[in-house]
Design a protein around this ligand. Structure first.
Ligand SMILES: *Cc1c(COP(=O)(O)O)cnc(C)c1O
Length: 355
């Protein structure tokens, strides 16, 4: 029986959340102005607040995490230069190689374990000063790491990589789309993480539950330059305070509660461990995400998730045998228990009856 849209249990991503009534009220009541003139008081308030929270001189409100990351690459690299990143990273895989298309920059991907690379893997990667080669300019890290299963980068690893990068004259950028998940899960405050990087990107549209937006934070001079890059990318928005108000609301009300998402992901993982034919890709769940493998006897990940969808449960196939599930503001503990039940039913049904 097809479920109504609002009855679907949607675990595909933490981007599917809808603004709550209170968030919508904050948006409706936002004081606005023309942000291209720098005159939107709500955007300005959000930017100041994020600069403070991330302990950077300035921050810029942008349309998306993708825009934030590509602006960062443009700030740190010229055409003919290269950035180093983890091979499963969002920048490398899911942003249409904007670094190449829009910046003329090459990428040097390094395979990590669960999204975590070690400084020893990077030491030999600096290109020699020789006209045959591009010039190495930037290291990008992702925290938490999306394809690493919401993995928190070990703090010492981040510190070691950035210390090495700066010692080599490279810059460091943090794709912190879900940095606040790492902050809440570890208790390590945002400035402790961000102090190792020139620039940091944070998304409001993920676990924080706002409909739109990210910020790029960094030194005032770089962020002033970022305004130009945002404009040429078509990202100069006008009465954007309506969106910034949602982000401010999320900062007031949706940060500490990320711990609930983490507990729910752990609960979902515990349920999946009990289901024959499903296996967690990584047994330890750091934050609000998990990946699990579907035994071939249950069909492909695509077939299995289609079976789930017919019962009103949405999860995201990410490889032939792998599915991702993400917890967020719009799925509570009872929804997790229902999801475990539906997964169990689908796994049992799949063994006896292929559909
Ligand atoms: C979602 C995400 C982004 C950017 O996403 P947008 O959809 O462009 O806002 C960047 N990095 C990571 C790790 C992400 O998960």
């Amino acid at each position: 029986m097809p479920a109504l849209a609002h009855e679907l249990l949607d675990f595909r991503s933490d981007t599917v959340t809808r603004p709550t009534p209170a968030m919508r009220r904050a948006m409706a009541e936002a004081e606005v102005g023309d942000d291209v003139f720098g005159e939107d008081p709500t955007v300005n308030r959000l930017q100041r607040r994020m600069a403070e929270m991330l302990d950077k001189e300035a921050a810029l409100f942008v349309a998306s995490g993708t825009m934030s990351n590509v602006i960062a690459v443009r700030l740190h690299c010229r055409a003919g230069q290269e950035l180093i990143c983890e091979s499963g990273s969002h920048i490398y895989n899911f942003e249409q190689s904007g670094y190449a298309q829009l910046c003329g920059v090459a990428a040097r991907p390094v395979r990590g374990t669960g999204g975590v690379v070690q400084v020893e893997q990077l030491r030999e990667l600096i290109r020699p000063d020789d006209p045959h080669y591009v010039r190495t300019a930037l290291v990008c890290l992702e925290n938490t790491h999306n394809r690493g299963g919401g993995r928190i980068q070990p703090y010492e690893t981040v510190e070691a990589i950035c210390r090495w990068a700066h010692g080599q004259g490279l810059r460091a950028h943090l794709d912190g789309a879900r940095l606040l998940n790492a902050v809440v899960a570890t208790g390590i405050k945002a400035p402790e993480w961000t102090k190792h990087f020139e620039t940091v990107s944070v998304c409001f549209s993920k676990g924080l539950g706002a409909p739109v937006g990210s910020v790029l934070a960094g030194p005032a001079g770089l962020i002033a330059e970022a305004v130009r890059h945002r404009k040429v990318l078509g990202g100069g928005m006008r009465q954007a305070g309506i969106l910034a108000a949602a982000a401010l609301y999320a900062l007031d009300h949706h940060v500490d509660r990320l711990a609930e998402d983490h507990a729910n992901a752990g609960r979902l993982a515990a349920g999946i461990r009990q289901i024959d034919g499903l296996q967690l890709a990584d047994d330890s769940i750091d934050t609000n995400m998990l990946f699990f493998r579907v035994d071939p006897s249950l069909g492909t990940a695509m077939e299995f998730s289609a079976r789930l969808e017919r019962c009103g449960l949405l999860m995201l196939p990410t490889a032939r045998d792998t599915i991702r599930a993400v917890t967020h503001l719009d799925v509570g503990e009872a929804d997790v228990d229902r999801a475990i039940e539906l997964l169990g039913n689908a796994a049992r049904g799949g063994v006896s009856r292929r559909d």
